[in-house]
Design a protein around this ligand. Sequence first.
Ligand code: NAD
Length: 332
Amino acid sequence: MNIYLITGGAGFIGSNYISTLINNKKNKIIVIDKLSYAGNIKNLKHFILKKNFKFIKTNIGNKKVITKILRKYQPNYIVNFAAETHVDTSILFPNRFALNNVYHSVSFLNDALNYWQNIDSFSKKKFRFIQISTDEVYGCLKKNEMPFTEKSNLNPRNPYSSSKAAFDHFVLSYFNTYGMPNIITRCSNNFGKNQNLEKLIPMCINKLNLNKKIPIYGNGSQIRDWLHVLDHCKVINLIIKKGKKGEVYNIGNSNEIKNIELVKMICKIFDRIKPLTNFQHSSLIYYVKDRLGHDTRYSINPSKIKKEFNWSSKKNFKIELENTVKFYINNK
Ligand code: NAD
């Protein structure tokens, strides 16, 4: 039996991650989520009646509840997705990100450390704490600069990425200080089902579906490296099995696309599957004042996961983008 404690499981990536584990009866899955505006209990609807699944609504910073959960369910693996994740919100309310992504997260790490230190030696050896971080902690790249490797310096440039980088330092320092078997993943932009409508791809699809205008920051020239969410989740499973304690693994797809090009691709999909008689969907695009401190380019070098786990992306970007469009159209 493998017992997983998954935090932030009602969110976008967490709920997709559960789908990679749930059908194996040897896996028991305990999900905790505080159900913030970004957490959606409906993302768990396919799992809730399964015998190997349990959902508990709580904040990861609630020491009393977390201690009880750890003692009761004795997880082998903790996969920590829980975080405030929207850059725009972090610019408006940075304190919220410091509190949630650093203070509450460190409290959770302490509880996990305490749990790990007090389990039997077999379970202790098997245990892993996987921190789901982000490529944004590295800051941003100029056009001709090489993609970030695991050795790149951390240079976060907005309150969201700063809060993620701060907690990454705690996670790695707990490996060095206490020997806690922690691993960090830093993934590029994910896309797929169950993402909150505040994020670029679902926002764009939702607007197009309602024939509403699509706001684009600045001139839309920012570049992101897009990876399908299930490709990301599969790497997490490889890391749990084969990853080395105290390591960082970058996860990327070498699939750099300008925001405006991505939005135009989505418009073209709409032109095909929901054609309009009078105009093309791209005419709904309009430009708004750029986001403060908007990072121009993210790109991740995935050589380490390719070399160590023989990993490659299995999902075709264009096909999955169309599937994603259809998902949001069918799940208003
Ligand atoms: P999301 O906003 O969709 O989901 C986050 C979930 O965490 C929500 O369900 C929320 O309710 C929950 N949560 C937040 N704080 C919590 C707390 N203190 N206690 C309990 N639950 C809490 O985010 P996502 O896009 O699924 O991202 C998941 C993780 O992956 C985040 O840590 C994010 O930094 C990281 N990440 C995301 C991307 C991406 O493209 N979405 C890329 C790389 C890394």
